[in-house]
Write a protein of this length. Structure first.
Length: 115
């Protein structure tokens, strides 16, 4: 599928799909990868193969605090507080937190068990 087609699909339904399937880590990762390719196409005009070659695979499994917040259903400041309190694992690069998708899934499972 072309990056342009991904951008159109992402614009039409990407956020809804990512939120709907956030509890399914493998599918969520695929949707997130498609979202990132679509963003790259919008910004640079690069096609999907160019982006896929230059994208760091380890970074694809990490979410920003905003992305993690959207998945979990809390605010970005709530994500940062969970990180500071040790309830959510994250790494820090260039002054920003990055949360592994697996840590988000575990956090959501613990959160669901409490409710």
């Amino acid at each position: 599928m072309s990056a342009r087609a991904l951008a159109l699909l992402d614009e039409a339904a990407g956020r809804r799909l990512r939120l709907r399937y956030r509890a399914f880590p493998e599918l969520y990762q695929e949707l997130l990868a498609a979202h990132r390719l679509a963003l790259a196409w919008r910004i640079t005009g690069a096609d999907a193969s160019d982006v896929a070659i230059t994208t760091d695979p380890a970074a694809q499994s990490d979410l920003t605090t905003n992305e993690a917040a959207a998945v979990i259903g809390i605010t970005p400041s709530g994500v940062r507080e969970a990180i500071r309190s040790g309830r959510l694992t994250a790494s820090r690069r260039a002054g920003r937190y990055f949360v592994p998708a697996t840590a988000v899934a575990e956090f959501m499972q613990r959160r669901a068990a409490r409710m």
